[in-house]
Design a protein around this ligand. Structure first.
Ligand SMILES: Cc1cc2nc3c(=O)[nH]c(=O)nc-3n(C[C@H](O)[C@H](O)[C@H](O)COP(=O)(O)OP(=O)(O)OC[C@H]3O[C@@H](n4cnc5c(N)ncnc54)[C@H](O)[C@@H]3O)c2cc1C
Length: 392
């Protein structure tokens, strides 16, 4: 195996290409846009920054954010002061950075749409920009809408969320996350270096998009975020179910899926950038070792097994009740009243708390959390917009 074709030059394809070219393969990355402003929040948590320090070190414009404000459906608010920042990029800048690194490692970047992939013969045959070409192996990194799926099935409707949002030319230093009543999703506002990416994600249902837009507009008005002249976007976001995580083929003899194409997105938070980078990296390592078939086990060990816990946690978070109220509302009240619970949420948001050990941590500190909550009733209650009591 020597020639590798990569369809898609987003984070998954670009990092996979960089690793393979560095290992001595001849790599062509095909993307119809190359670096572009893909609809996205652009937030990178500590997981990604630890694995790829160049993401926080380079001169490219980006925003380091340590303040994350949670808002419940009833308007209760709590501020998480993160000890390690989330870094937020415009996707055009992030994709450009990753593609530049791939080119510097030796990848050929081709601006072309791939319209056909045939993996049935010895060599892979592709049609890119109307021209036929061949490769020994094809990496499919073309995102969640990708119809090029040799040897596997498309994602089902229940594996997909829909997002709608706006890029808004407003400055802020704070991430906002708002939960809604009886709604399996949330609204976010992510500040970038010169604008906000504000959006809402939820289940892909008939008529759902219009209702989501209405929620989003109400949020923008309530938060007094002026959105005249904002640029609208909409995109699907994988939210894989357990069966898909366990059974959908993601690699074959001469092909492999990475990033959103493989549905490697955290089913609870919608975080996909870290998993796009990691899956591109893990497939490249498996190919370089001559064992592409080992890729699913690598992914499972590193994060796909954790995603199965996230599927259950998402159901509990968005639809569950606890002590007579919505779980999201209780969560925000607990953040306001318990430093131990606040620290747990901080670790979850910054990406250093996985789901597998979350339940154990919740139980092991339950006594402390309840004690802190009980004691907090003997202190003056924090006002609805006061963060003094929650910036631990
Ligand atoms: C609204 C929204 C907000 C999000 N916010 C966050 C966030 O804040 N943090 C986070 O971690 N994740 C976020 N995500 C998820 C994240 O955007 C994705 O997980 C990530 O972009 C996946 O990277 P990828 O390389 O797999 O795919 P993509 O980034 O989608 O890249 C696919 C590339 O393939 C190209 N392509 C597609 N088809 C073809 C073709 N036929 N021929 C040639 N090229 C093709 C496209 O041009 C594109 O450049 C968000 C997603 C959405 C929709």
């Amino acid at each position: 195996m020597h020639e590798i074709a990569i369809v898609g030059g987003g984070p998954a394809g670009a990092l996979c290409g960089e690793r393979l070219a560095s290992a001595g393969f001849r790599v062509s990355i095909y993307d119809e846009h190359l670096a572009w402003e893909k609809p996205c929040g652009g937030g990178l948590t500590q997981k990604a920054l630890r694995a790829y320090p160049f993401l926080s070190e380079g001169p490219q414009p980006k925003k380091f954010v340590k303040a994350c404000e949670l808002v419940s459906s009833s308007g209760k608010r709590a501020l998480l002061s993160l000890d390690r920042p989330i870094v937020i990029y415009s996707r055009k800048v992030l994709n450009g950075l990753l593609l530049d690194r791939a080119a510097a490692a030796g990848c050929e970047l081709v601006r072309a749409r791939v319209t056909h992939v045939d993996t049935s013969g010895g060599a892979v045959r592709l049609t890119a920009g109307g021209r036929d070409t061949r490769a020994d192996f094809v990496v499919l990194a073309a995102g969640a809408r990708n119809p090029l799926l040799p040897g596997t099935t498309p994602l089902k409707q229940q594996d997909l969320d829909i997002t709608v949002g706006y890029f808004i030319p407003v400055a802020s230093d704070r991430i906002l996350v708002k939960f809604l009543s009886k709604f399996a999703g949330y609204i976010w506002s992510f500040p970038r270096s010169d604008h906000l990416s504000v959006g809402i994600c939820g289940r892909l249902t008939p008529g759902g998009t219009r209702a989501m837009k209405e929620h989003l507009h109400r949020f923008l008005d309530a938060e007094q975020i002026p959105w005249d002249g904002a640029c609208f976007y909409s995109h699907v976001l994988p939210s894989p179910q357990v069966d898909t995580l366990r059974r959908r083929p993601v690699v074959g003899r001469n092909w492999g899926l990475v990033g959103d194409a493989a549905a490697w997105v955290d089913p609870l938070t919608g975080e996909g950038l870290h998993y796009a980078l990691r899956s591109g990296h893990l497939l490249a390592d498996a190919i370089a070792e001559g064992r592409p078939e080992s890729y699913p086990a690598r992914v499972r060990r590193e994060f796909a097994a954790d995603f199965e816990f996230a599927v259950h946690a998402a159901r509990r978070l968005f639809s569950g009740n606890f002590m007579g109220g919505a779980v999201t509302t209780r969560m925000i009240q607990f953040v306001r009243r318990s430093p131990a619970f606040c620290a747990l949420m901080r670790d979850l948001f910054s990406g250093s708390q996985d789901y597998r050990t979350l339940k154990r941590r919740l139980w092991s500190q339950l006594g402390l959390t309840l004690g802190e909550i009980f004691q907090s009733f003997f202190r003056p209650a924090p006002g609805p917009n006061s963060f003094d009591a929650v910036s631990h």
